[in-house]
Write a protein that binds this ligand. Sequence first.
Ligand code: COA
Length: 439
Amino acid sequence: MEEHNSYSDVTPEIVRLAELSKEAGVIDTELYTKYDVKRGLRDLNRKGVLAGLTNISDVRATKMVDGKSVPCDGHLFYRGYEVNDLVEGFHKDHRFGFEEVTYLLLFNKLPTREELAEFEKLLIYYRSLPTSFVRDIIMKAPSKDMMNTLARSILTLYSYDDRADDVSLPNVLRQCLQLISLCPMLSIYGYQAYSHYHDGNSLFIHQPMTEGSMAENILHILRPDSSYTPLEARILDICMILHMEHGGGNNSTFTNVVIASTGTDIYSTVCGGIGSLKGPRHGGANIKVAEMMDAVLEETGGYEADDSRIRQAVRKIMSGSLYDRSGLVYGFGHAVYTVSDPRAEVLRACCMEVAKEQDHMKELDYYMRFERIAKEVMEEVKGKALPTNVDFYSGFAYGMLRIPRDLYTPLFVCSRVVGWVAHNIENKLYDGRIMRPAT
Ligand code: COA
């Protein structure tokens, strides 16, 4: 056997074994039809199979017309409330909504003023890491991937929890609320450590605020001078609300529920969700969009490029000759929505507001032209229109908020962890069986 040069070498022997496993992996496609196999848990029309029920949220993409189900604009409901209405209400009243929506998702009702105040106090109380956790865990061997860093930190919290394996409801709820409060700190401190040790930037570890919303706290601990404008904090709050929950069928929530159904601890469960969300077809798409748009900008020669150059770039992406060769135009397509993703609609409007305030209209206009042209090209090539999804504008919004790219997907975790834990608890109460398909 040849000697390894480095930890990540793929030796010729491994390449040979990979070929062997490729041959071993081939399954006759006819067998899928013979046994009526739901590949990727989808039916023949690619619609997801129903594997559970939930009261937490509802994702609607069709409506009944003359007794027939037809595609329509997407709608997302959190416990019966349309998410766009919730966001509009918070924005109009100039107040933060993340904490209120967390309460709604977990407890199936909007809190009274007093209940909300108590709940916010509890979330702030849990904004505290075990003694020396930052020094002993986060600063050690920082990974270049912030999702892995976050998962590692969460797994390590297990060792600091005397009741880590207690899956009784009060204990799990306590752990869930702690994780919701800690995710931003674990993500941002992990990023600061990497940025310091790998990129030579100054190290900032700001203590969390002892008051204020989740969004304000994130900007406070992230920014070197801890400053932010009220609009920036409110836009971040909206982004977080839009990412909190998306039914039981999205990959990371499903993963989370599958893992939780074994009776394992919440730290392992949430880390499973993180592993799933990291994927470029799921939450990791927000970083991919930003990188893809850099490639498109370079390819087209800048923001003033005419439509034909943008069209050419989209074609190149789809043919696998531009960007990551996957053929995917990131930020488009969705497993449920076919006409529009309501979250993308809200985010586009938010981007408009911040872009006007911060003089980024040239960039936003380019994104919007790309969006229109990409949809036209995808319809030509795929024969069906693909909607703009939540990830197309979220990275743009984060960019304007000066959030480092490495933190885009961890920020998604900071929101979606609420949905994960809500489903985790719901499943414990209503099902309790170990999940396993027959395969
Ligand atoms: N770019 C190019 N082609 C796409 C596409 C995209 N963004 N999204 C879907 N397609 C293609 C599929 O490959 C498929 O082609 P095929 O019929 O030749 O195999 C066809 O369009 C239909 O796909 P569909 O069944 O509607 O999508 P899906 O449910 O399999 O996948 C996603 C859904 C989200 C995984 C997929 O749209 C995707 O990978 N998008 C890009 C990544 C992204 O933005 N993810 C964030 C999701 S919120």
